[in-house]
Ligand binder design. Structure first.
Ligand code: AR6
Length: 185
């Protein structure tokens, strides 16, 4: 039986937590925890480009040609390439620097901008990784509360068409943190 704290319905949107590799998900969009260059990297970014193939990088290069760099807290969208997902939404979370450099605000913005972009495309299902908690070192307990709060607030304050928001979590430790946060939010 599913534990009650792995999902929560808010208005017409279900928020779910699952242990999953985000590159395997057949969602309208999966979110990439990218960096400002959009040229790929390690972690979930590396996995998305590796599995999704060169079409994603090609579109990222076109975007960077236009905008120069993708600032922390912002989001852009490309094809899903060879992924089962239709689109990849690339966002840049903050690099953890002690917590006094607008990290919480930027992390909130990364989630909110990704959801707004999905809505602007009429998408109904979106999967997120745990943004900034890997290479960017954001402490997981704080990041998980910020993530779920940002998503709850977006749903409450916007007429969204999104019916499913999944967190594709990569470890039991991350799952534990997000379940704890789900109980608090
Ligand atoms: N599916 C779901 N989650 C994953 C996957 C996957 N396939 N692979 C890793 N994770 P990170 P960040 C988890 O480092 O902290 C890159 O170099 C991972 O275990 O991917 O935002 C970029 O280019 C962790 O819990 O993203 C940037 O330079 C979470 O995803 C930088 O890292 C996020 O870890 C971004 O760092």
């Amino acid at each position: 039986m599913e534990q009650p704290d792995t999902q929560k319905q808010i208005k017409n949107t279900l928020i779910k937590l699952e242990l999953a590799d985000i590159t395997t998900l057949s969602f309208d969009a999966v979110v990439n925890a990218a960096n400002s260059s959009l040229m790929g990297g390690a972690g979930v970014d590396g996995a998305i480009h590796y599995t999704g193939g060169p079409e994603i990088l090609k579109e990222c290069k076109q975007i960077i040609k236009k905008i120069g760099t993708l600032e922390s807290g912002k989001a852009v969208i490309t094809t899903g390439g060879n992924l089962p997902a239709r689109y990849v939404i690339h966002t840049v979370g903050p690099i953890w620097d002690g917590g006094t450099h607008r990290e919480a605000e930027l992390l909130t913005s990364a989630y909110r901008e990704s959801l707004a972009l999905a809505d602007s495309k009429g998408l109904v299902s979106i999967a997120f990784p745990s943004i900034s908690t890997g290479v960017f070192s954001y402490p997981i307990f704080e990041a998980s509360e910020i993530a779920l709060t940002a998503i709850r607030d977006y749903i409450l304050n916007n007429p969204t068409k999104i019916t499913l928001v999944l967190f594709a979590l990569f470890s039991h430790l991350d799952m534990g943190a997000y379940r704890r946060a789900m109980g608090k939010v």
